[in-house]
Write a new protein. Structure first.
Length: 350
């Protein structure tokens, strides 16, 4: 696609808070995907911001990422320039779940404020590893207390299923969003979770939209990769491909996406992200990037819409390959299963 970049679409998570509909993901900056050139990564944040992608995703457990975002935003403030909006996460360690209290919550949130060099967090997304430790509602209420103090602007969830998300909202915590895995390969949010956007205003922020890079033209026509895979994203999303129906089914999907991409003059990856953005309840897709070298391709997603012909090509494949079953993150919560065994659980030690 040539010519000027398309206008970045935005969505309102709250009356006073509007975000870009493609959020730059930060997991790739944490080092598990290979070495990160810190200064280059920070400098490239301005390229995304100037292009209209003013929202980034991070987490307290993404090593060094909050600090990079904070350094960038501090320099912007010092120069009198607009800051980027930062979505972080509150992820208590698995081993601490039984003892998480208000002091624990305040300590982690205070550390995020310090790292991000701000006096109020734009969005804190709350994750809870084990529903068998029933303290997630009171922990969410502790976050809400900090919100009332003015330390947090908005609260969201990460990887909660529909029932627990409703439990939290009914307790009085004003969730504006739920970060969840959602892609052509993994359509679990469509079963029930997406309905929360209409009924309770909890909009979806979707990660895994490109399946760690698998849903790109790079893998079209390629043989099935064998272990060991080169980074944690590929390990994680190869399991999702297996759940989808295996490598042959995945290649059929890539072929369909490539046909659609050629019709619209965009990349295969842009079609995959566009599909997620057009699903009910979705506010934004999260697309990970260490640097800005692929920004032009990312922005293609705002230059077209899928039409009836596109959906007709995809639907038979999706009908034949329903993908992972159950609620979002249900497979990943089984620590003994293949999805749970690859997780890192205790990264938030202070």
């Amino acid at each position: 696609m040539s010519g000027p970049n398309p206008v970045v679409e935005t969505a309102a998570l709250a009356p006073d808070y509007r975000i870009a509909r493609v959020i730059r993901g930060g997991w790739q900056l944490a080092g598990d995907h290979g070495p990160v050139e810190r200064e280059r990564a920070i400098a490239d944040m301005a390229v995304f911001l100037d292009a209209g992608m003013n929202t980034v995703d991070g987490a307290d457990i993404y090593t060094g990422v909050e600090d990079m975002y904070g350094a960038f935003n501090q320099a912007r403030t010092d120069a009198g320039l607009p800051r980027m909006q930062v979505h972080t996460k509150f992820v208590p360690d698995f081993c601490d779940l039984a003892t998480v209290d208000a002091a624990y919550v305040r300590r982690i949130i205070t550390r995020s404020l310090q790292r991000l060099r701000t006096d109020r967090l734009d969005l804190v997304q709350f994750h809870w590893w084990d529903y068998g430790v029933p303290r997630y509602v009171e922990t969410a209420l502790a976050l809400h207390a900090l919100q009332k103090e003015g330390l947090i602007a908005h609260i969201g969830g990460t990887n909660f299923d529909t029932a627990r998300a409703l439990e939290i909202t009914k307790a009085g915590v004003p969730l504006v969003s739920m970060q969840t895995q959602y892609s052509l390969l993994d359509r679990r949010p469509a079963h029930r979770l997406a309905a929360l956007a209409g009924s309770h205003g909890v909009q979806l922020l979707c990660y895994g939209t490109l399946a760690g890079g698998f849903l790109t033209g790079h893998w079209l026509g390629q043989p099935e990769p064998q272990a060991p895979l080169s980074n944690r994203s590929l390990v994680k999303y190869k399991l999702i491909i297996d759940e989808f129906g295996g490598w042959a089914a995945f290649q059929s999907l890539l072929q369909a996406l490539q046909t659609i991409a050629l019709r619209h003059g965009v990349s295969l990856a842009s079609v995959a992200v566009r599909w997620v953005l057009e699903q009910p309840g979705v506010a934004a897709a999260i697309v990970g990037a260490r640097y800005a070298d692929r920004l032009a391709s990312t922005l293609q997603v705002f230059g077209f819409r899928l039409d009836a012909q596109d959906y007709a090509l995809l639907q038979p494949i999706l009908d034949a390959c329903p993908g992972p079953d159950g609620e979002p993150y249900s497979l990943e919560r089984d620590k003994k299963g293949p999805h749970g065994r690859i997780m890192k659980y205790d990264l938030n030690k202070t």
